[in-house]
Write a protein that binds this ligand. Sequence first.
Ligand code: FES
Length: 320
Amino acid sequence: MSELRLRVTETTDLTPTVRRFALQDPEGLTLPPYEPGAHIVVTTPAGHRRSYSLVDPGGARPREYVVCVRRDGGGRGGSVSVHDDVAVDTDLVVSMPANRFPLRPSPRYLFVAGGIGITPLRAMVRRLRAEGKTGVRLLYLTQCAEETAFLEEFDGPEDTVHHSDDGGLLDLWPYFAVPDDDVRIYCCGPAPLMRTVQALTAHWRMSRIHMEEFAAPHSGISVPFTAVWAPDGRRVDVPAHLSLLAALRRAGVPVTSSCEAGVCGTCRLEVLEGEVDHRDSVLTEREKLSSMLACVSRAKSTEIAVAPHLVVSQYSSADD
Ligand code: FES
């Protein structure tokens, strides 16, 4: 995973809890390209690795990457570190942009954003409208006007901004009642909103519905397996309700982690034996041949042998 060292050139409070950060190359060079829907993984000053959507429309030669971070005091510390420890002139290590939520061509669109879920959708809406496209509707659901990032941008005839503090929960059914193959729906927001939109669009063609998952999506059931910690041969039972990461830690094996959602790559292990059920959004197909992310991925085989990623790669021609 290639990384960049970028400098924060501007910070702006968009709401009491959402702050905008602009990052540029310290030498002023243009940055690697990206398209709407892309994200970068930011290593916070406290060492967390967090995935943030790029909020601008992007292009071939961007001069800056802009992310917006909502401070979550009840979270695991990543957003707090960004808010409290990052200022103008702070240098941050970030990943190259990646895009698992790409904007696909369509005659018309309906974008559904909940809270900070506006970030990737703003990039898409701005790109499409800048190109003169019509039929680009936005449904933006937030708690109150004060906590609505980019509120002033979305007051056009195709925008609906709804605050639950003022109007209660919005009845979403009228937006999805009639399926339309000429419309693509993009949704990003908290899990309850995503589940609601998924349920209300069950009668739409699946290819028309696009959901941005902040955690790596996976399906299928989890079954128990045994992990063999190769450095000392320790055998660790991984029950269905525990991740490999959690089971290894319980057994006293220290594995570094950050997002614990399969989106940062910190918990990568080498796989020496066994078959993996990959559930992450980070590893390339080539990396998956010999690695796994312990926070989300599991074994398909009854037993799997794993080892620290760095120790093995010292002696092998690993692909990173
Ligand atoms: S801790 Fe981030 S992918 Fe596992």
